[in-house]
Structures are given as C-alpha cells and as structure tokens.
Write a protein that binds this ligand. Structure first.
Ligand code: ADQ
Length: 468
C-alpha cells in the first residue's frame, strides 16, 4: 500500500488516544488513514521564526508522523491573514464586497506555497499518494511538479467554489486556476461547487468536461468530483456517553427550566450568518409574543481570525445585537439570547446539542457545515430535535429533511423557528430518521476512502450524489 502524505495549512497534531484527547472527526479520520499507510501530515506549525529556515519538526504520536515548519511573520501576514483569509475566503463565500486584493498578498501566497513545496518535496517517496487540502494551498501541486514530483497528487477544497462571474473579480484568477491543472484529482464538497468549477474551466480556460467529470484542457486530463465530507457518527455518539457530555446536558437542561432550547454553534465568521440569525430570532419574538419566556436561544461562537479586521467588527455587531434583543424582550427571570464567545470540548458540545430542541445552522454560504451533522448525530431517536438549515450550506444537499431556509430572510427564519417549536413528535422522528441515515451514509470514512480510491485510480469517478 502506498503511503499517504497529507498537506494542509495547519496540522492537527494527534492527541494520544491514551490521554482521551477529543478531536474532530476529520482529524481522527485522517490520522487513522495516515497510521494505516505509515504516511505523514505536513503543514505550518502555527509558530513564526525570524527567518524561514525550512527546518522540519518531526513528531510521532500514536503511530502518526507529523512534520511542521515555522513561517516568517511576513509570510503569516501575507499568505495566511492576507491572501487566504482576506482575499480567497470572502471571494469563495461570495463576499466580493469584503475581498481585498493587495499585490503583496499574492506574492506572499506564492512564496509560502513555494516554501511548503521545497520543504516537503524531499520527504516524498516515488510511490506516495499526495493529498493537498484547501484554499491556502491551491498552487502547491504545481510547485511540487516543478520540483520533479511525478506522484499522484490530489486536491480537496473544503469551502465553496464561487460562480465564474465572481471568480473573475480576482486579479490573476486564470493563473490561480491554471495552477490546479497539475493535480490528478480535484475534489469539491458538492455537485453545486463542482458545476461552478466546471463552468469556470469551460468559459474562461476553454476546457471541456467529460460526463465522468474529467476535465480536458491543452492535452491535459484532470479528474474532478464531488466528495461530501461528513463526521464520524460513532465517535460522536461515544462522546455523548461521557460524563462531560452528561454534565453539559444537565447544565443546559437545568438552566432552561422547562423552556425550549435553540442552539447555534459556529466559529465567529461572517459566512456563518450570525447577525442575520439574530435578526430572524428577533422577528420570531416580535411575531410570537406567546413564546416570550418559553424559549431560549444559546449561541456559542468562539472568535476566530482575530488578526483580520472584518472579524473584529462582527464581534462588535453581535455584542450590540444580542444586547439590544435582550434589552427589548428580557424579563427579570428570562433572557432570550445567551451569547457565549468560547469554544467547548466536543463532548460538551454533544451534550448541548442533545439538550436542544432546535439546531439553528444558517450560514450564508458554507462548503459543507459539520455542525448540522453533529446536531443530528447527537439527537435522541425517540424524541429528536429539529434541524433548521440554510439552503446555502453544502450540507443541505444531503440533509433535505431539515427545515431548509433562506438565511437572509428574517421571515423565513421566524417561520421555521415557529414550525420547529410546534412540530409533532412523529414528524420530528420521521425527519430525523432520514437525516441520520444521510449522516451515517456520508460519513468521514466514506469521504476519505472515496477520494483516495479515485486518486489511486481504483475508481474512475466520485460516487453520484443522491438527489434530495
Ligand atoms: P468550518 O468553517 O470551521 O470548516 P464546520 O464544518 O461547521 O465549519 O466545522 C466546524 C467544527 O468546529 C465543527 O466540528 C464544530 O463542532 C467545531 N466548533 C464550532 N464551534 C465550536 C465551539 N464553540 N466549540 C468547539 N467546537 C466548535 C470548513 C468549511 C466547512 C466544512 C469544513 C470541513 O468552512 O464548510 O464543513 O471545513 O470540510
């Protein structure tokens, strides 16, 4: 079996299983594949050094080898905080109003991709399968080819692919996309993003797309496919059985005092639609005063990307919005919104999900969204909660039995909250059974195997996405 080499911006260092370290399904699944193939995981250490030396820090934890490098501060500013998070992230989430195009970002991005390539290339052996992840490293495959690598190299994008009309707003967009043609396989989360990618390639680059998704362009052939990522439902259910989850469950239930609970769990990011969600909840409180004092909304949103100024603004906006809603609707013994800016261990989250009657997952745009799947996995089969899900999350392609909403519409959000709170148990069970079936089917293992099998050439194309 060939070794798997995973390359991503950051490496999720495996926590020794003996320490009971809780990790996301993605990190666990990748670690398992790496362990099995005796591969390695390469990326940025998260640390900065005065000068880039390319010195690799190798570690082996629980049978998984990780290799990390430090970057210079300028690299982090231009590549990570700059091109990746201020240019590509907003653009790929359809927010060209927020995308910043600074020449130094582009050159920093290329430089770090070159540095990654020159550092990791000597670690790669001829039979290795190389799997590059996400928008930080789009041109890495090309950089590796320039260093003579003949291996099979695949790329998976965790975020959406924007429509061609938006993509062309990126200076040198053609150069970025052409750099992807050095991959053997390009994976997107859903058919929708894949179609946008195909559209760009045909319209802007003059390529053709075969029925199995293979792109042909200038005599080169690149396979493409939709590979919806999932969670590890078993691992999530196991987390639910821990003391930590039970405590979290009890704490939330006690604090809810027979009220219905609504939960939102997101990184603090404009793509997650938090302000719109708060407005929708406000509309619900205005339209349904009979629910006053009988429902409580807990939004957990740990800050992310604090170095990028747009993110600091969101935080201020949400502080104000939640304050205003509580100011307008609270009683002495009830606050309508509890807004918490911190992260929680996975087991704690699992307990919170289980204790909540509604999971409110309403991103404005999201490659997939794993919180929606985690919420479903955490429910009690005999008395499940209701998932309210944005139509614009990749997850809506698999979770069509959720209450699907337009996250920009306060009215739709308000109506969906009302419908969910009033939904009969039999209807909740009927919907949940369909949802859990999809969560179990498209789990992280099938995502990983699906991608690797196509990359290895054992299968010619991604399995068809089931219609909703
Ligand atoms: P993210 O944008 O980070 O991921 P998501 O898929 O929802 O979004 O994953 C977030 C993960 O972080 C979940 O596992 C969740 O439990 C955890 N998390 C969120 N808030 C937390 C909190 N307060 N405390 C602890 N944990 C928290 C990107 C893309 C997504 C895509 C994933 C995977 O933007 O669309 O689904 O990658 O491909």
């Amino acid at each position: 079996m060939s070794r798997l080499i995973v390359i991503s911006n950051r490496v999720s260092t495996p926590k020794p299983r003996s320490s009971g370290g809780a990790q996301g399904g993605l990190a666990v699944a990748l670690a398992a594949a790496l362990r099995e193939s005796r591969g390695l995981w390469f990326g940025w250490s998260g640390e900065t050094a005065e000068e880039f030396t390319g010195q690799i820090n190798m570690q082996r934890v629980d049978g998984v080898t990780t290799a990390t490098v430090d970057l210079e501060e300028q690299d982090v500013d231009e590549y990570y905080n700059g091109y990746a998070n201020r240019t590509l992230w907003p653009l790929f989430h359809y927010r060209i109003d927020l995308a910043e195009y600074d020449r130094s970002f582009g050159s920093g991005y290329e430089r770090v991709n070159q540095r990654f390539a020159e550092t990791v290339a000597p670690l790669i052996e001829p039979d290795d399968l190389v799997w590059v992840h996400d928008y930080h490293l789009v041109p890495l495959g090309q950089q590796l080819r320039r260093r003579g690598l003949k291996n099979r190299i695949g790329f998976f994008l965790h975020i959406p692919w924007p429509p061609q009309r938006l993509m062309v707003s990126l200076p040198f967009h053609e150069r970025l996309v052409r750099s992807m043609l050095d991959y053997d396989l390009i994976g997107l989360q859903t058919e929708e993003w894949l179609e946008s990618f195909h559209h760009y390639v045909t319209r802007e680059l003059g390529g053709t797309v075969e029925p199995d998704g293979t792109i042909e362009i200038d005599g080169r052939r690149v396979k493409t496919g939709a590979f919806p990522i999932g969670i590890d439902p078993e691992e999530f259910r196991a987390a639910l059985a821990t003391d930590e989850a039970r405590q979290a469950y009890d704490t939330l239930k006690r604090s809810a005092e027979h009220r219905k609970m609504i939960i939102g769990v997101d990184r603090l990011d404009y793509s997650k639609g938090l302000a719109e969600r708060f407005h929708g909840y406000r509309r619900f409180l205005e339209e349904h005063p009979d629910w006053s004092g009988r429902v409580s909304f807990l939004q957990i949103a740990p800050p992310s990307r604090g170095e990028v100024h747009t993110y600091a603004h969101i935080r201020e906006d949400l502080d104000q919005l939640s304050g205003r809603i509580n100011g307008a609707f609270a009683h002495v013994d009830w606050v309508p919104i509890r807004y918490v800016n911190q992260g929680y261990p996975r087991a704690g989250l699992a307990g919170f999900y289980r204790a909540s009657d509604i999971g409110l997952v309403t991103p404005l745009r999201d490659g997939m969204n794993l919180v929606a799947k985690e919420y479903v996995a955490a429910q009690d089969p005999d008395d499940p909660g209701v998932l309210i899900l944005s139509r614009f999350a990749g997850a809506a392609h698999q979770l069509g039995e959720a209450l699907l909403v337009n996250p920009y519409s306060k009215d739709e959000l308000s109506d969906a909250i009302h419908a969910a709170l009033s939904m009969e148990r039999t209807e909740r069970i009927r919907r949940w059974e369909k949802l859990i079936e999809a969560v179990n089917r498209d789990d992280v293992g099938s995502w990983l195997r699906g991608f690797v099998e196509v990359l290895r050439g054992e299968r010619t194309h991604a399995p068809a996405e089931p219609a909703i």
